[in-house]
Design a protein around this ligand. Structure first.
Ligand SMILES: NC(=O)c1ccc[n+]([C@@H]2O[C@H](COP(=O)([O-])OP(=O)(O)OC[C@H]3O[C@@H](n4cnc5c(N)ncnc54)[C@H](O)[C@@H]3O)[C@@H](O)[C@H]2O)c1
Ligand SMILES: O=C/C=C/C=C(\O)C(=O)O
Length: 486
């Protein structure tokens, strides 16, 4: 059994609500352990601890002392790599082969990289003429924003949580994290790391619980919270924005997507198939950046569909640690029901099911897991709900196109605007199309290739703001302009 605990002011605690829930592993629906449900009192304790820590040793550290500590956090995550891997795979059921390349290394990298950003970024300076001819100098100072509320989802729990905690702490803030109720373990484990490394009490806090009218909402409404960074569904973002309006707290949102891939006839088809198999099916399709709409230029449409089908059918469901496993379950039985409802709706809306569409046959000991088949459709109308709504499962719809203009129009025909992938060997076309796509991230001949210095976020209803590199500093710091008359 692996029970989770809140981590408040450097101490692990069950809190005082007396309420808890059972954390289940989606591989077989077995109980992993108990998670305490935080309420208003736990959130208040955590936020007050974080607020006090701003004025304690943490707030007095030099930038070198602070970044040395955070580099130590990265080292300690790496030293305890196997424990983080085990915990993440228990919570999510994802293949270890995936988590050991993506989730856990990025957990460490998110701390290491932002120590570099805060040490190396340049401040703005403007020289200003004055009537007396002596002039004035303006320069900007960056101060921590204060207490940051971090609300994170379940699909890449450690990666997405540390993507916010890393820069927030590097900038000198303190944090209260409300991890997804589905994935409490790695956030808890990170509390042990903070204590081992010597990060002062109150700098990193975790309160477990649910969203609406529960720990998540209490946290975003707390008057001592100075900024809210959230990754999750667009509708949750709208709710959090309303909560943040009271007291005018700033928000940074990374939200949903219905991401297109465009495959031109001149693409290297081997690369396009390999990349699209990953973008549609990696993490069982539960990646915000993942592809759910594929547009393929007509001359290669049939070949592309046939090859993607073969690739999807070659994926092997299994336990996270089994050697042949290439796809895990969805996060929960509840999410399985949602994804399967889209599988049914696709058929009702007239789709041709190229492959999948249901639940795979699993051995009896795994039969109660949240498994679904990788699924490919063709033939849906552009306005069908399966083409317009985010499913967040291992599925895509493939549609042919005839011209570059048509492909761009179809790709942009959505209220979302997170990511796109363009597959072409024509350099001019790649640049031309990328410039027209209404997205925060456009990959050309690749997918999920991440340089952590680059701006990351979504256009339209896929987000507000950008994080990454110096863009994270924009959110996690307040600027003071100092004007000095010479
Ligand atoms: N753009 C990105 O970078 C990105 C990355 C990963 C996931 N996502 C999106 O996340 C979604 C899947 O994750 P999810 O199901 O965990 O999202 P979710 O919105 O249901 O939950 C995310 C978090 O918000 C909390 N929450 C819910 N209601 C709240 C409220 N009213 N106040 C405060 N907190 C609240 C939840 O408890 C959870 O911790 C998908 O839509 C996916 O596209 C986006
Ligand atoms: O599921 C969404 C994936 C988001 C990835 C990142 O936020 C990242 O790579 O920083």
């Amino acid at each position: 059994m692996r029970d989770a605990r809140h981590f408040i002011n450097g101490t692990f605690t069950m809190g005082g609500t007396g309420r808890s829930w059972q954390n289940r592993c989606p591989v077989d629906n077995s109980v992993i352990g108990t998670v305490p449900e935080g309420g208003e009192a736990e959130v208040d304790q955590a936020v007050r601890a974080a607020h006090a820590a701003l004025r304690g040793p943490w707030g007095k550290m030099t930038i070198t002392e602070r970044t040395d500590l955070l580099a130590g956090v990265a080292d300690e995550i790496t030293r305890r790599f196997d424990e983080f891997l085990e915990a993440e795979c228990l919570d999510t059921g994802k293949p270890k082969s995936l988590a050991c390349h993506i989730d856990i290394p990025r957990g460490a990298a998110n701390f290491r990289m932002f120590t570099e950003v805060v040490k190396t970024h340049a401040d703005e300076l403007f020289r200003m003429p004055t009537p007396d001819g002596k002039g004035a100098l303006n320069y900007s100072l960056r101060r921590p924003k204060g207490v940051i509320a971090v609300i994170s989802p379940w699909n890449l729990p450690l990666l997405l949580m540390t993507w916010k905690v890393g820069p927030a702490l590097a900038c000198g803030n303190t944090v209260v994290v409300k991890p997804s109720e589905e994935t409490p373990l790695t956030a808890t484990l990170l509390g042990e790391v903070m204590n081992t490394v010597g990060v002062p009490a109150g700098v990193y806090n975790v309160v477990h619980g649910f969203g609406p009218n529960a720990a998540g909402e209490f946290l975003t409404r707390h008057p001592l919270v100075d900024g809210i960074t959230f990754t999750g569904e667009t509708r949750t973002g709208e709710a959090i924005m309303r909560q943040a309006a009271v007291g005018l707290r700033n928000v940074s949102f990374e939200l949903g997507g219905k991401n297109p891939a465009i495959v031109f006839a001149d693409a290297d088809l081997d690369k396009a198939i390999e990349g699209t198999l990953r973008s549609c099916f990696a993490n069982c399709g539960q990646v915000c950046l993942g592809t759910e709409r594929v547009y393929v230029e007509r001359p290669v449409f049939e070949a592309f569909v046939a090859r993607l089908k073969a690739g999807a059918e070659a994926l092997r469901h299994g336990r996270p640690g089994d050697a042949g496993t290439s796809i895990g379950p969805l996060i929960s039985k509840e999410h399985q029901a949602k994804v399967l409802s889209y599988y049914r709706r696709a058929v009702e809306e007239g789709a041709t099911v190229v492959t999948g569409g249901g639940v795979p046959e699993m051995p009896p000991e795994l039969a109660d897991g949240a498994w679904v088949q990788p699924t490919i459709w063709t033939g849906l109308a552009d306005d069908s709900s399966v083409v317009r709504e985010e499913v967040f499962g291992p599925c895509c719809h493939i549609r042919p196109f005839d011209t570059e203009e048509e492909a761009v129009r179809l790709a942009n025909d959505t209220h979302y605007g997170l990511a796109a992938a363009v597959w072409t060997e024509n350099l001019s076309r790649a640049h031309r199309v990328a410039a027209q796509l209404e997205v925060g991230i456009c990959w050309v001949n690749s997918w999920f290739l991440r340089d952590l210095r680059t701006p990351f976020g979504g256009a339209k209803t896929s987000g507000i703001g950008r994080e990454g590199g110096v863009h994270s500093l924009e959110f996690y710091t307040e600027l003071t302009n100092v004007c000095v008359k010479l």
